[in-house]
Design a protein around this ligand. Structure first.
Ligand code: THU
Length: 135
């Protein structure tokens, strides 16, 4: 398992890949899996602003496309070179709730060294879950 410092280094690497010419707010995400693989994501914006995709969702969908499931997740980080912390938006929390374990660490960090350790139980209480939709 990577230390949070090592995970942040991966997140910084991801942040460099951000395509954010409109907001100039580069965000990176890194998900560590139980086989040691680390999946990266960065926000990808569009001139039709609403089509922009957050870093954490890019990383999560990349995780799915590489054949991983939530059972293989160890931890993740979301980070930016910013003053405050890049807390995941509501849409990302809902996406996380379906493909990321509720009890695994989600670190939110900036490059100054501020780090919040959280998880989905804290970030999305009373989540809407697929439940009956799958019956
Ligand atoms: N953004 C993320 O990628 N993740 C977050 O947790 C918060 C916001 C992106 C979306 C958009 O490209 C930019 O940050 C400004 O909202």
């Amino acid at each position: 398992m990577l230390s949070v410092e090592e995970l942040l280094e991966k997140g910084k690497e991801a942040t460099k890949l951000s395509y954010s010419p409109y907001s100039h707010f580069a965000v990176g995400a890194a998900i560590e899996l139980d086989d040691g693989k680390v999946i990266l994501g960065a926000n990808v914006e569009n001139a039709s602003y609403g089509l922009s995709m957050c870093a954490e969702r890019v990383a999560l969908y990349q995780m799915v496309m590489q054949g991983y499931t939530k059972d293989q997740v160890v931890q993740m980080i979301i980070c930016c070179d910013c003053e405050d912390l890049p807390y995941p938006c509501g849409a990302c929390r809902q996406v996380l709730s379906e493909i990321y374990p509720f009890d695994k660490p989600i670190y939110v960090a900036n490059f100054k060294g501020d780090i919040l350790k959280s998880n989905l139980n804290e970030l999305l209480p009373y989540a809407f879950k697929a439940g009956e939709l799958l019956d």
